[in-house]
Design a protein around this ligand. Sequence first.
Ligand code: SF4
Length: 439
Amino acid sequence: MRKLKYYIETFGCQMNDHDSLAIASMLEDAGYAKAPRPAEADLILVNTCTIRDKADQKAYSQIGRWRLLKKEKPEVIIGVGGCMAQSDGRGVLSRVPFVDFVFGTQNMHNILQMADEVRQKRLRPVWTAMPGDPAAMEALYSHAKADGIKAFITVMQGCDNYCSYCIVPYVRGRELSRPSAEIVAEARKLAEGGVREVTLLGQNVNSYGQKGGDGADFAELIRKVGEVEGILRIRFTTSHPKDLTDRLIDIFASEPKAMPHIHLPVQSGSDAILRAMNRKYDRAHYLGLIAKLRAARPDIAITTDFIVGFPGESDADFEETLSLMREVVFDNCFSFKFSPRRGTKASSMEGVVAEKVKEERLARLQDLQLGHTTAKSLAEIGQKRVVLVEGSSKAGGGQLSGRTPQNRIVNFRGDAALLGREVEVKITAAWPNSLAGEL
Ligand code: SF4
Protein backbone atom coordinates (compact mmCIF):
# COMPACT_ATOMS: atom_id res chain seq x y z
CA MET A 1 0.00 0.00 0.00
CA ARG A 2 1.24 3.50 -0.84
CA LYS A 3 2.45 5.43 2.20
CA LEU A 4 0.67 8.72 2.92
CA LYS A 5 2.98 11.69 2.57
CA TYR A 6 3.26 14.91 4.58
CA TYR A 7 4.80 18.29 3.90
CA ILE A 8 5.44 20.95 6.59
CA GLU A 9 6.16 24.63 6.04
CA THR A 10 7.48 26.42 9.13
CA PHE A 11 7.61 30.11 9.95
CA GLY A 12 9.24 31.86 12.88
CA CYS A 13 11.50 30.87 15.70
CA GLN A 14 13.63 27.94 16.90
CA MET A 15 10.68 26.83 19.00
CA ASN A 16 8.57 26.44 15.85
CA ASP A 17 11.39 24.70 13.96
CA HIS A 18 11.70 22.24 16.78
CA ASP A 19 7.93 21.71 17.05
CA SER A 20 7.81 20.99 13.30
CA LEU A 21 10.56 18.39 13.69
CA ALA A 22 8.57 16.74 16.49
CA ILE A 23 5.41 16.79 14.34
CA ALA A 24 7.33 15.24 11.42
CA SER A 25 8.65 12.55 13.70
CA MET A 26 5.15 11.88 15.09
CA LEU A 27 3.76 11.54 11.54
CA GLU A 28 6.59 9.21 10.51
CA ASP A 29 5.96 7.05 13.60
CA ALA A 30 2.35 6.82 12.37
CA GLY A 31 3.47 5.59 8.95
CA TYR A 32 3.68 8.80 6.93
CA ALA A 33 6.64 9.58 4.67
CA LYS A 34 8.08 13.02 3.97
CA ALA A 35 7.05 14.56 0.63
CA PRO A 36 9.78 16.52 -1.14
CA ARG A 37 7.26 19.16 -2.30
CA PRO A 38 3.67 20.13 -1.44
CA ALA A 39 2.29 18.80 -4.75
CA GLU A 40 3.24 15.24 -3.70
CA ALA A 41 1.77 15.45 -0.20
CA ASP A 42 -1.50 14.05 1.16
CA LEU A 43 -1.25 16.23 4.26
CA ILE A 44 0.15 19.77 4.14
CA LEU A 45 0.80 21.56 7.42
CA VAL A 46 1.80 25.15 8.08
CA ASN A 47 3.35 25.95 11.44
CA THR A 48 2.86 29.70 11.74
CA CYS A 49 4.33 32.54 13.76
CA THR A 50 2.76 35.80 14.87
CA ILE A 51 5.60 37.60 16.56
CA ARG A 52 5.43 40.38 13.96
CA ASP A 53 2.76 41.52 11.55
CA LYS A 54 4.92 40.47 8.60
CA ALA A 55 5.03 36.89 9.91
CA ASP A 56 1.21 36.68 9.67
CA GLN A 57 1.19 38.10 6.16
CA LYS A 58 3.92 35.72 5.02
CA ALA A 59 2.03 32.69 6.33
CA TYR A 60 -1.27 33.73 4.69
CA SER A 61 0.41 34.43 1.38
CA GLN A 62 2.14 31.01 1.49
CA ILE A 63 -1.17 29.25 2.22
CA GLY A 64 -2.77 31.25 -0.61
CA ARG A 65 -0.28 29.75 -3.05
CA TRP A 66 -1.80 26.32 -2.45
CA ARG A 67 -5.26 27.36 -3.71
CA LEU A 68 -4.62 25.89 -7.15
CA LEU A 69 -3.11 22.73 -5.73
CA LYS A 70 -6.21 22.15 -3.59
CA LYS A 71 -8.42 22.75 -6.62
CA GLU A 72 -6.54 20.19 -8.70
CA LYS A 73 -6.19 17.72 -5.83
CA PRO A 74 -9.17 18.25 -3.49
CA GLU A 75 -8.31 15.18 -1.41
CA VAL A 76 -5.16 16.86 -0.06
CA ILE A 77 -5.71 17.95 3.55
CA ILE A 78 -4.34 21.33 4.61
CA GLY A 79 -3.89 22.12 8.31
CA VAL A 80 -2.79 25.48 9.67
CA GLY A 81 -1.34 25.65 13.15
CA GLY A 82 1.03 27.39 15.54
CA CYS A 83 0.92 30.89 17.00
CA MET A 84 -0.96 32.76 14.25
CA ALA A 85 -3.52 29.97 14.03
CA GLN A 86 -3.89 30.06 17.82
CA SER A 87 -4.58 33.78 17.64
CA ASP A 88 -6.89 33.75 14.59
CA GLY A 89 -8.66 30.44 15.37
CA ARG A 90 -11.78 29.92 13.29
CA GLY A 91 -10.91 33.16 11.47
CA VAL A 92 -8.31 31.17 9.48
CA LEU A 93 -11.13 29.09 7.95
CA SER A 94 -13.12 32.14 6.89
CA ARG A 95 -10.06 33.93 5.55
CA VAL A 96 -8.83 30.86 3.63
CA PRO A 97 -11.89 28.73 2.70
CA PHE A 98 -9.86 25.80 1.40
CA VAL A 99 -8.03 25.19 4.71
CA ASP A 100 -9.32 21.96 6.30
CA PHE A 101 -8.35 22.32 9.95
CA VAL A 102 -6.72 24.61 12.48
CA PHE A 103 -4.49 23.33 15.28
CA GLY A 104 -3.44 25.56 18.17
CA THR A 105 -0.06 25.62 19.91
CA GLN A 106 -1.14 23.05 22.50
CA ASN A 107 -2.90 20.77 20.02
CA MET A 108 -0.03 19.70 17.79
CA HIS A 109 -0.13 16.16 19.18
CA ASN A 110 -3.73 15.91 17.85
CA ILE A 111 -2.92 16.56 14.18
CA LEU A 112 -3.51 12.96 13.07
CA GLN A 113 -6.87 12.82 14.81
CA MET A 114 -7.88 16.12 13.19
CA ALA A 115 -6.80 14.91 9.74
CA ASP A 116 -8.94 11.79 10.29
CA GLU A 117 -11.96 13.95 11.15
CA VAL A 118 -11.49 15.80 7.87
CA ARG A 119 -11.01 12.61 5.86
CA GLN A 120 -13.73 10.47 7.42
CA LYS A 121 -16.34 12.89 8.73
CA ARG A 122 -15.85 15.82 6.34
CA LEU A 123 -15.47 18.14 9.34
CA ARG A 124 -13.32 21.28 9.52
CA PRO A 125 -12.05 21.05 13.13
CA VAL A 126 -10.56 24.03 14.97
CA TRP A 127 -8.75 22.96 18.14
CA THR A 128 -7.25 25.89 19.97
CA ALA A 129 -7.87 25.08 23.65
CA MET A 130 -4.86 25.69 25.90
CA PRO A 131 -5.44 23.40 28.88
CA GLY A 132 -1.78 23.33 29.94
CA ASP A 133 -1.74 19.54 29.90
CA PRO A 134 1.69 18.01 30.62
CA ALA A 135 0.59 14.80 28.86
CA ALA A 136 0.05 16.78 25.64
CA MET A 137 3.67 17.96 25.69
CA GLU A 138 4.93 14.41 26.17
CA ALA A 139 2.60 13.12 23.44
CA LEU A 140 4.40 15.40 20.99
CA TYR A 141 7.99 15.53 22.22
CA SER A 142 8.30 11.82 23.00
CA HIS A 143 8.62 11.34 19.22
CA ALA A 144 11.90 13.31 19.11
CA LYS A 145 14.67 11.57 17.17
CA ALA A 146 18.32 12.22 16.57
CA ASP A 147 19.00 13.92 13.26
CA GLY A 148 22.62 15.00 13.21
CA ILE A 149 25.11 16.08 15.81
CA LYS A 150 22.97 18.75 17.47
CA ALA A 151 19.40 18.75 18.77
CA PHE A 152 16.95 20.92 20.61
CA ILE A 153 15.01 19.67 23.60
CA THR A 154 11.90 21.61 24.59
CA VAL A 155 11.93 21.82 28.38
CA MET A 156 8.83 23.96 28.89
CA GLN A 157 5.98 25.67 27.09
CA GLY A 158 4.36 29.06 27.47
CA CYS A 159 5.34 32.15 29.41
CA ASP A 160 3.93 34.04 32.40
CA ASN A 161 5.88 37.24 32.02
CA TYR A 162 3.56 39.38 29.90
CA CYS A 163 6.21 41.74 28.58
CA SER A 164 4.01 44.54 27.28
CA TYR A 165 5.04 44.12 23.62
CA CYS A 166 4.86 40.34 23.43
CA ILE A 167 2.11 38.07 22.13
CA VAL A 168 3.67 34.81 23.34
CA PRO A 169 1.73 34.39 26.64
CA TYR A 170 -1.53 34.81 24.70
CA VAL A 171 -0.72 32.31 21.96
CA ARG A 172 1.46 29.77 23.76
CA GLY A 173 -0.37 29.85 27.09
CA ARG A 174 0.85 29.80 30.67
CA GLU A 175 4.24 28.49 31.62
CA LEU A 176 4.51 24.74 32.15
CA SER A 177 7.68 22.69 32.59
CA ARG A 178 8.27 19.11 31.54
CA PRO A 179 9.48 16.67 34.20
CA SER A 180 13.29 16.51 34.29
CA ALA A 181 13.09 12.70 34.05
CA GLU A 182 11.40 12.98 30.61
CA ILE A 183 13.95 15.53 29.44
CA VAL A 184 16.88 13.39 30.57
CA ALA A 185 15.31 10.34 28.88
CA GLU A 186 15.01 12.35 25.66
CA ALA A 187 18.65 13.49 25.96
CA ARG A 188 19.70 9.87 26.44
CA LYS A 189 17.76 8.74 23.37
CA LEU A 190 19.28 11.56 21.31
CA ALA A 191 22.80 10.74 22.53
CA GLU A 192 22.31 7.09 21.56
CA GLY A 193 21.34 8.34 18.09
CA GLY A 194 24.59 10.29 17.75
CA VAL A 195 23.65 13.73 19.11
CA ARG A 196 26.57 15.37 20.91
CA GLU A 197 25.17 18.83 21.67
CA VAL A 198 21.73 19.67 23.07
CA THR A 199 20.09 23.06 23.40
CA LEU A 200 17.45 23.22 26.12
CA LEU A 201 14.64 25.29 24.72
CA GLY A 202 11.85 27.38 26.24
CA GLN A 203 10.47 30.93 26.24
CA ASN A 204 12.03 31.54 29.64
CA VAL A 205 14.19 28.58 30.61
CA ASN A 206 15.49 30.31 33.75
CA SER A 207 12.13 29.79 35.44
CA TYR A 208 12.10 26.10 34.51
CA GLY A 209 10.53 24.03 37.29
CA GLN A 210 8.51 26.83 38.87
CA LYS A 211 5.30 25.42 37.37
CA GLY A 212 5.02 21.76 36.51
CA GLY A 213 8.12 19.62 36.24
CA ASP A 214 9.21 17.30 39.04
CA GLY A 215 10.90 19.55 41.57
CA ALA A 216 14.19 20.21 39.74
CA ASP A 217 15.14 23.82 38.95
CA PHE A 218 16.98 24.74 35.78
CA ALA A 219 20.46 24.47 37.30
CA GLU A 220 19.65 20.96 38.49
CA LEU A 221 18.20 20.04 35.11
CA ILE A 222 21.44 21.08 33.40
CA ARG A 223 23.46 18.95 35.82
CA LYS A 224 21.19 15.96 35.17
CA VAL A 225 21.50 16.35 31.38
CA GLY A 226 25.27 16.74 31.92
CA GLU A 227 25.33 13.21 33.36
CA VAL A 228 24.05 11.72 30.09
CA GLU A 229 26.82 9.76 28.43
CA GLY A 230 27.58 10.92 24.90
CA ILE A 231 26.31 14.48 25.37
CA LEU A 232 29.40 16.68 25.19
CA ARG A 233 27.84 20.12 25.16
CA ILE A 234 24.78 21.80 26.66
CA ARG A 235 23.38 25.15 25.63
CA PHE A 236 20.08 26.81 26.48
CA THR A 237 17.81 29.57 25.26
CA THR A 238 16.07 31.89 26.06
CA SER A 239 17.03 33.37 29.42
CA HIS A 240 15.20 36.14 31.25
CA PRO A 241 17.38 38.48 33.33
CA LYS A 242 14.90 38.60 36.19
CA ASP A 243 15.14 34.81 36.70
CA LEU A 244 18.88 34.32 36.22
CA THR A 245 19.85 33.06 39.68
CA ASP A 246 23.30 32.76 41.25
CA ARG A 247 22.78 28.98 41.22
CA LEU A 248 22.37 29.10 37.47
CA ILE A 249 25.30 31.47 36.95
CA ASP A 250 27.45 29.04 38.95
CA ILE A 251 26.65 26.35 36.35
CA PHE A 252 28.99 28.14 33.94
CA ALA A 253 31.83 27.73 36.44
CA SER A 254 31.08 24.25 37.71
CA GLU A 255 29.44 22.19 34.94
CA PRO A 256 32.04 21.42 32.26
CA LYS A 257 29.41 20.53 29.65
CA ALA A 258 27.62 23.91 29.99
CA MET A 259 29.01 25.95 27.12
CA PRO A 260 30.28 29.48 27.84
CA HIS A 261 27.61 31.37 25.92
CA ILE A 262 24.43 32.99 27.14
CA HIS A 263 21.74 34.77 25.18
CA LEU A 264 20.37 37.27 27.69
CA PRO A 265 17.87 39.66 26.08
CA VAL A 266 18.11 43.16 27.58
CA GLN A 267 15.78 44.96 25.08
CA SER A 268 16.70 48.49 26.26
CA GLY A 269 19.26 50.32 28.36
CA SER A 270 16.74 52.81 29.74
CA ASP A 271 14.99 52.09 33.05
CA ALA A 272 11.91 54.04 31.94
CA ILE A 273 11.56 51.90 28.82
CA LEU A 274 12.28 48.66 30.70
CA ARG A 275 9.45 49.60 33.06
CA ALA A 276 7.10 50.36 30.16
CA MET A 277 8.08 47.00 28.64
CA ASN A 278 7.22 45.28 31.97
CA ARG A 279 10.57 43.54 31.97
CA LYS A 280 10.76 43.49 35.80
CA TYR A 281 14.50 44.35 36.03
CA ASP A 282 16.46 47.54 35.62
CA ARG A 283 19.70 48.49 33.96
CA ALA A 284 21.71 48.13 37.20
CA HIS A 285 20.38 44.61 37.76
CA TYR A 286 21.26 43.61 34.21
CA LEU A 287 24.79 45.03 34.48
CA GLY A 288 25.17 43.22 37.81
CA LEU A 289 24.32 39.92 36.09
CA ILE A 290 26.89 40.56 33.37
CA ALA A 291 29.57 41.15 36.04
CA LYS A 292 28.61 37.93 37.84
CA LEU A 293 28.60 35.92 34.60
CA ARG A 294 32.04 37.19 33.65
CA ALA A 295 33.36 36.52 37.15
CA ALA A 296 32.04 32.94 36.96
CA ARG A 297 33.34 32.34 33.44
CA PRO A 298 35.69 35.04 32.11
CA ASP A 299 35.58 33.69 28.53
CA ILE A 300 31.77 33.64 28.33
CA ALA A 301 30.17 35.03 25.14
CA ILE A 302 27.12 37.19 25.77
CA THR A 303 24.52 37.93 23.13
CA THR A 304 21.28 39.85 23.48
CA ASP A 305 18.13 41.28 21.88
CA PHE A 306 17.17 44.92 21.46
CA ILE A 307 13.92 46.62 20.52
CA VAL A 308 14.32 50.20 19.32
CA GLY A 309 11.56 52.77 19.01
CA PHE A 310 9.37 51.35 21.77
CA PRO A 311 6.48 53.79 22.49
CA GLY A 312 7.79 56.71 24.54
CA GLU A 313 11.46 56.03 23.74
CA SER A 314 13.15 59.44 23.68
CA ASP A 315 16.54 60.29 22.24
CA ALA A 316 17.89 60.17 25.79
CA ASP A 317 16.41 56.69 26.35
CA PHE A 318 18.00 55.48 23.15
CA GLU A 319 21.38 56.95 24.17
CA GLU A 320 21.06 54.88 27.38
CA THR A 321 20.76 51.78 25.21
CA LEU A 322 23.90 52.70 23.27
CA SER A 323 25.76 53.42 26.51
CA LEU A 324 24.73 50.01 27.90
CA MET A 325 26.06 48.42 24.73
CA ARG A 326 29.39 50.21 25.15
CA GLU A 327 29.55 49.13 28.76
CA VAL A 328 28.80 45.45 28.12
CA VAL A 329 30.30 45.00 24.63
CA PHE A 330 28.07 42.14 23.49
CA ASP A 331 29.42 39.42 21.24
CA ASN A 332 26.38 39.84 19.01
CA CYS A 333 22.73 40.81 19.11
CA PHE A 334 19.38 40.54 17.38
CA SER A 335 17.83 43.97 16.98
CA PHE A 336 14.37 44.98 15.83
CA LYS A 337 12.23 48.07 15.35
CA PHE A 338 9.22 48.00 17.66
CA SER A 339 6.15 46.75 15.81
CA PRO A 340 2.82 46.64 17.67
CA ARG A 341 1.13 43.28 18.09
CA ARG A 342 -2.62 43.38 18.34
CA GLY A 343 -3.86 42.41 21.78
CA THR A 344 -0.72 43.45 23.64
CA LYS A 345 -0.51 46.38 26.06
CA ALA A 346 2.17 48.16 24.06
CA SER A 347 -0.01 48.23 20.94
CA SER A 348 -2.18 50.97 22.50
CA MET A 349 0.57 52.93 24.27
CA GLU A 350 1.07 56.59 23.60
CA GLY A 351 4.31 58.09 22.39
CA VAL A 352 4.53 56.21 19.09
CA VAL A 353 7.99 56.71 17.58
CA ALA A 354 8.10 57.74 13.92
CA GLU A 355 9.20 55.03 11.49
CA LYS A 356 12.09 57.16 10.22
CA VAL A 357 13.38 57.69 13.77
CA LYS A 358 13.14 53.94 14.43
CA GLU A 359 15.12 53.26 11.28
CA GLU A 360 17.84 55.75 12.19
CA ARG A 361 18.13 54.34 15.71
CA LEU A 362 18.25 50.76 14.45
CA ALA A 363 21.01 51.67 11.96
CA ARG A 364 23.08 53.38 14.70
CA LEU A 365 22.63 50.44 17.05
CA GLN A 366 23.54 47.88 14.40
CA ASP A 367 26.56 49.92 13.39
CA LEU A 368 27.84 49.98 16.95
CA GLN A 369 27.21 46.25 17.35
CA LEU A 370 29.00 45.43 14.11
CA GLY A 371 32.09 47.19 15.48
CA HIS A 372 31.90 45.15 18.69
CA THR A 373 31.19 41.87 16.89
CA THR A 374 34.08 42.43 14.50
CA ALA A 375 36.49 43.32 17.31
CA LYS A 376 35.47 40.23 19.30
CA SER A 377 35.92 38.04 16.21
CA LEU A 378 39.33 39.49 15.37
CA ALA A 379 40.45 38.86 18.96
CA GLU A 380 39.97 35.15 18.24
CA ILE A 381 42.85 35.09 15.77
CA GLY A 382 45.73 33.10 17.22
CA GLN A 383 43.55 31.40 19.87
CA LYS A 384 43.20 27.63 20.06
CA ARG A 385 39.55 26.61 20.38
CA VAL A 386 37.90 23.26 20.94
CA VAL A 387 35.43 22.87 18.08
CA LEU A 388 32.61 20.34 17.81
CA VAL A 389 32.63 19.21 14.19
CA GLU A 390 29.08 19.55 12.83
CA GLY A 391 29.44 18.82 9.12
CA SER A 392 30.66 20.18 5.81
CA SER A 393 31.21 23.90 5.61
CA LYS A 394 28.77 26.04 3.60
CA ALA A 395 31.92 27.77 2.33
CA GLY A 396 32.57 24.58 0.30
CA GLY A 397 36.06 23.55 -0.78
CA GLY A 398 35.87 20.28 1.17
CA GLN A 399 36.07 22.17 4.45
CA LEU A 400 34.49 21.13 7.74
CA SER A 401 32.43 23.38 9.94
CA GLY A 402 31.86 23.47 13.66
CA ARG A 403 31.40 25.78 16.61
CA THR A 404 33.62 26.97 19.40
CA PRO A 405 32.32 26.69 22.99
CA GLN A 406 31.34 30.37 22.63
CA ASN A 407 29.13 29.37 19.69
CA ARG A 408 31.25 30.94 16.94
CA ILE A 409 31.28 29.17 13.57
CA VAL A 410 34.72 27.93 12.46
CA ASN A 411 35.57 26.53 9.02
CA PHE A 412 38.69 24.45 8.60
CA ARG A 413 40.18 21.62 6.54
CA GLY A 414 39.80 18.16 7.97
CA ASP A 415 38.66 14.61 7.45
CA ALA A 416 34.91 13.96 7.35
CA ALA A 417 35.56 11.15 9.85
CA LEU A 418 35.89 13.87 12.50
CA LEU A 419 32.15 14.54 12.36
CA GLY A 420 30.68 14.60 15.87
CA ARG A 421 34.08 14.87 17.55
CA GLU A 422 35.65 17.74 19.44
CA VAL A 423 38.94 18.87 17.89
CA GLU A 424 41.36 21.67 18.64
CA VAL A 425 41.53 24.35 15.97
CA LYS A 426 43.86 27.32 15.81
CA ILE A 427 42.02 30.40 14.56
CA THR A 428 43.79 31.99 11.61
CA ALA A 429 41.27 34.44 10.15
CA ALA A 430 38.09 36.16 11.31
CA TRP A 431 34.98 37.83 9.92
CA PRO A 432 32.12 39.24 11.98
CA ASN A 433 30.06 36.04 11.77
CA SER A 434 32.58 33.29 11.17
CA LEU A 435 36.16 32.21 11.74
CA ALA A 436 38.66 30.16 9.76
CA GLY A 437 41.24 27.92 11.34
CA GLU A 438 43.65 25.01 11.15
CA LEU A 439 43.45 21.71 12.96
S1 SF4 B 1 9.66 36.68 28.55
FE1 SF4 B 1 8.54 38.42 27.68
S2 SF4 B 1 9.34 38.53 25.55
FE2 SF4 B 1 9.85 36.48 26.32
S3 SF4 B 1 8.15 35.18 25.67
FE3 SF4 B 1 7.67 35.88 27.76
S4 SF4 B 1 6.41 37.71 27.46
FE4 SF4 B 1 7.43 37.30 25.50
